[in-house]
Design a binder for this molecule. Structure first.
Ligand code: FAD
Length: 473
């Protein structure tokens, strides 16, 4: 951490990064900083409170979506005064952020204990949201959470895995009911059960919530805790060099020192930090490359395998559809649907095969994909959907981990001051709250304290030991 005294000096005398001020990345003694900053203030440059981008913070969070905002919340909630934290977000309207384009699903039905526990924590958090995110003198946060549950339809060849998952989920306290075909028919009479052997249905704590409302609630709380949200894009990192001796050999280590930022006024700023958290969602791989991750020798040779993968969500109207008792239903083909409000409105979709991944240059929707893939699959499972109207659609990017489609969390082995919270591949909104808390524990306690996520570190990429989650949708 940067020393408090130095931070206070900088707060008092900081300039706006004029040309006279050397870049934050090059070493300057505290006295030199004081002298320069004092001269800047004498020359009439703005006080730190007026600066669009701070010169120096303890923690820089790159990406202000749900993961970045959850990290900021947990750190500042634990240490409201002791740490300066800035969230850098290139688009405060979140038009392309996955958090606001997601389907908002929350399920406890995963195959890995870490993922079950992260989801269960999200349920708990949402149920106690007023306690966590209320702000004095403001209306308490309201995040609509529909507790309709998830229903997975299981084909014969997946029954064994499903029973294993169910045993684990039950052991961890999740309330998931196993349903035979007869029970499925009785409970969900609108389903055609061809090719289905079993169903698993979430009785408690599963459903879907509004991720946009959750993001806004986090932001409001964070701002009340002193988190600074800054509009700007991280364009590069600056490094400083540190020499160490290994026996008689001298080694040079490049340390991540500051972020070069393109501000919303088009100007370039530089912010020095002690720790940087990569919360850039689908763009996390790019942010890692700016730190030479994947482009250097040794531990820097392994890239962060996270890239955008486009997913379509289709909004349909079917007044005679399955109705209000219908859960978020995941077919054995992985086509899903759920209600979207009342009055026969639903959303649905299906991830494409690896060979048919759509291009990621834009967020255009492929309507043929609905007609050729999603609708036939939907209608064969729920015959009532044979007659429906496609009302609208949108596309968003999964923050897709091409290695094992799972969370990557923890420090980079070379850049110890870069922490990842990436690669959630389609289950990030429900895990954001728990991932944020886990990152806070790493920073403050130097270890995971609540949910042990140590299997999900960057090292597994280097040692090529994937950790596969079996319930990816
Ligand atoms: C169609 C769809 C449906 C989904 N459904 C679900 C679901 O049902 N349940 C679920 O749990 N998850 C779901 N997800 C996944 C979930 O949305 C993501 O895993 C999650 O939102 C990731 O959160 P994030 O904060 O990391 O990313 P984001 O919300 O994308 O935030 C990252 C932010 O980083 C910013 N950024 C990137 N690079 C820079 C830079 N260089 N400088 C400054 N800022 C930068 C971006 O502007 C962005 O706002 C879905 C995703 C999609 C696309």
């Amino acid at each position: 951490m940067l020393r408090q005294g130095l931070r206070n000096c900088i707060r008092q005398f900081c300039s706006n990064g004029s040309e006279k001020t050397p870049p934050a990345g090059s070493f300057r003694s505290p006295w030199k900083i004081l002298k320069e900053e004092f001269q800047a203030v004498q020359q009439g440059q703005p006080l730190p409170t007026e600066l669009p981008v701070p010169r120096e913070v303890d923690i820089l969070v790159v990406g202000g979506g749900l993961i970045g905002s959850a990290v900021a919340y947990w750190v500042k909630q634990r240490h409201p005064k002791g740490v300066s934290l800035m969230v850098l977000e290139k688009d405060m309207s979140y038009t392309r952020a996955s958090s606001t384009l997601s389907a908002g699903g929350l399920r406890h039905q995963f195959s890995m204990s870490e993922n079950v526990e992260l989801s269960m924590f999200c349920t708990d958090f949402l149920q106690n949201i007023k306690e966590h995110l209320s702000v004095l003198d403001q209306d308490p946060p309201s995040v609509p959470f529909n507790h309709q549950g998830y229903l997975f339809l299981v084909p014969p060849h997946k029954v064994e895995q499903c029973l294993k998952n169910h045993a684990l989920q039950t052991e961890l306290g999740a309330k998931i009911e196993l349903l035979t075909r007869d029970r499925l028919k009785e409970k969900f009479p609108w389903l055609n059960l061809d090719g289905v052997e079993l169903g698993t249905y979430g009785l408690e704590g599963e459903g879907w919530f509004d991720p946009y409302c959750l993001l806004q609630a986090f932001r409001q709380k964070n701002q009340s805790l002193g988190v600074r949200y800054v509009t700007g894009e991280l364009t590069e990192f600056d490094f400083r060099e540190e020499r160490s001796m290994m026996g008689s050999e001298s080694n040079t280590h490049k340390i991540l020192d500051s972020a070069v930022i393109k501000g919303k006024d088009g100007k370039t700023y530089e912010t020095r930090f002690a720790v940087v958290i990569n919360c850039a969602g689908a763009w996390a791989g790019d942010v890692a490359r700016k730190a030479m991750i994947g482009l250097g020798p040794g531990d820097l040779a392994t890239p962060l395998p996270v890239e955008p993968r486009k997913r379509f969500v289709y909004a349909i109207h079917c007044p005679d559809g399955p109705g209000v008792a219908s859960p978020m239903t995941i077919d054995s083909t992985l086509t899903y649907y759920r209600q979207d409000g009342y009055g026969g409105h639903y959303i649905c979709g299906c991830s494409p095969t690896e060979e048919n991944e759509p291009c990621t240059d834009d967020l255009e929707v492929n309507y043929d994909y609905f007609h050729d893939n999603v609708w036939p699959s939907l209608a064969s499972r729920v015959p009532k959907f044979e007659c429906l109207k496609l009302k609208s659609a949108w596309a968003g990017f999964y923050d897709y981990n091409t290695f094992d489609q799972n969370l990557i969390i923890g420090n980079h082995p070379y850049h110890r001051n870069m922490i990842f919270a990436n690669g959630l591949s389609g289950h990030g909104v429900q895990h954001a709250t728990g991932v944020g808390r886990a990152v806070m524990e790493l920073i403050i306690d130097n270890d995971f304290k609540t949910i042990d996520l140590s299997r999900l570190g960057f090292e597994r990429l280097i040692y090529k030991t994937p950790v596969f989650e079996q319930c990816i949708v």
